[in-house]
Design a protein around this ligand. Structure first.
Ligand code: HEM
Length: 294
């Protein structure tokens, strides 16, 4: 099996930085190698939009494509802001993450335009800023690789399809809802993240909309999102990895009311995506073959 980018799976780091770029004509693949080397103590994960990865690699996976906007009606809009290059740095130390982001910006200056710049952090015991633990049902151990990576034997094996969305919360609106009702919106209890069961679990909770089985297969993804912001704008930078981008499509349709049951996720009334991109995070071998070395 080709080697996946190790930073995808390193857990426990409390500081994150997500950068999305649009490249210009002068962009060179070798700058990726320089960025990774300059990241120093920070984990560095690199992913490419459809256009750029097809230019760099003849073996880009067929299923890779641009993010498409979804419009399921009022409150049910998910915009597309597809960019070319995604960089995700994370580390135990904030200084290491910031230095990695600043170095990347220096390397890319003049050959790529910074379109999204989101410093993220772990809040308390991995809670989203809505106050709920985020990540409880994430696959663990080897199940993470199964969920996130194109399997051995397939083209682009060891790589991962990636989805990102910057979500902005309306915290006062969510906080005006009673805690039992907040729990029905999410589908888990607030203090201890216990999944609601049986009749207590609404079909339009966030968990009901994203815990999906199709033809007997559980559509698992591996999420590495982090909260961002402060007293003003705040929310979640959602980032997830999957062996098959169809899994993202299905979850998004179920959240935004365009799935066949026409239900939608109650969470979208309290938080809204303002960006949306699909990416591919190639294996180390595919990165090297595309000239993404220093
Ligand atoms: C504002 C945006 C979002 C917030 C605050 C949020 C928060 C949460 C929380 C609190 C949970 C329950 C605990 C857990 O298992 O992690 C959860 C579960 C989950 N979320 Fe989200 N989420 C957001 C967006 C999304 C999006 C856009 C997707 C996919 C397209 C997604 C996919 C999932 C999945 C797959 C689960 C696990 C479901 C299960 O198997 O139980 N989430 N999310």
């Amino acid at each position: 099996m080709p080697t996946p980018q190790s930073g995808i799976f390193v857990e426990g780091t409390r500081f994150h930085h997500y950068l999305e770029y649009e490249v210009t004509g002068d962009f060179s693949a070798s700058s990726i190698g320089e960025i990774i080397e300059a990241a120093g103590n920070a984990e560095a994960v690199v992913a490419f939009g459809n256009d750029l990865w097809r230019k760099l690699s003849p073996s880009a996976p067929e299923a890779l494509r641009d993010f498409e906007a979804i419009d399921g009606g009022a409150d049910l809009k998910s915009p597309a802001t597809q960019h070319d290059l995604l960089l995700w740095f994370h580390a135990a130390d904030h200084d290491d993450v910031l230095d990695a982001a600043l170095s990347a910006q220096r390397v890319l200056d003049g050959t790529a335009r910074l379109k999204l710049d989101v410093p993220g952090f772990v809040y308390r015991d991995s809670r989203d800023l809505l106050g709920f633990v985020d990540g409880s049902a994430n696959p663990k151990e080897d199940a993470r690789f199964e969920a996130a990576l194109v399997p051995a034997g397939e083209a682009s094996a060891g790589g991962a399809f990636v989805m990102t969305q910057k979500w902005v919360h309306d915290l006062p609106k969510f906080e005006a809802v009673s805690v039992p009702d907040q729990e029905r919106i999410i589908g888990r209890t607030k203090p201890d993240s216990i999944e609601l069961e049986g009749d207590a679990m609404p079909p339009d909770s966030h968990v009901s909309r994203t815990d999906v089985k199709l033809d007997g297969t559980a559509l698992k993804i591996y999420r590495r999102s982090a909260p961002f912001g402060g007293a003003g704008e705040k929310g979640l930078y959602f980032i997830a990895f999957s062996c098959d981008p169809m899994r993202f499509d299905v979850m998004l349709q179920r959240m935004f009311g365009t799935w066949k049951d026409e239900l939608h996720d109650q969470l979208v009334h309290y938080s809204s995506p303002v960006s949306g991109s699909y990416w591919f995070a190639p294996s180390q071998e595919d990165l090297a073959a595309a000239g993404c070395t220093g």
